[in-house]
Ligand binder design. Structure first.
Ligand SMILES: [Ca+2]
Length: 134
């Protein structure tokens, strides 16, 4: 998701909480369930929204016949059956990376804010380009 859209969404979310205290806001996107068992899914928008890179296998580049997903993911879920998956900021499994552990509890809901690995805010967002099942 673009930074501008993200800031608008964040402002809207803050407004909801400020006005009503604790509210279970309906997310703008709720597409996690489109990630099939056995896949790692990297969505273009936060919270499993928008188109997704869906990978049963390791991919040295997220651009391919399935679409162009290099430098576009904003959320990610490993719905694999047995393996964790490493994701990288460059093609060919190179550059900074982190492990996406299997399971619902380890979804990276919004890579813009994710500081996994001690990197700054917005480092991972729109920056991933390859994945390696481990
Ligand atoms: Ca990148």
């Amino acid at each position: 998701m673009s930074l501008r859209k993200r800031l608008i969404a964040a402002a809207a979310a803050v407004g909801i909480v400020g006005a009503a205290g604790v509210v279970a806001a309906t997310p703008a996107y709720a597409a996690w369930d489109s990630c099939a068992s056995g896949q790692m899914c990297a969505y273009v928008d936060a919270n499993g929204g928008g188109p997704a890179m869906r990978a049963y296998y390791s991919n040295s580049s997220w651009n391919g016949s399935w679409g162009n997903y290099n430098n576009s993911a904003s959320s990610i879920w490993n719905n694999g059956n047995s393996q964790n998956v490493n994701v990288y900021v460059n093609q060919n499994y190179s550059g900074s990376n982190f492990t996406v552990y299997r399971g619902t509890g380890n979804r990276h809901t919004d890579l813009y804010w994710d500081q996994t690995g001690g990197v700054g805010i917005a480092f991972w967002n729109d920056n991933l380009e390859s994945n390696l099942w481990t």
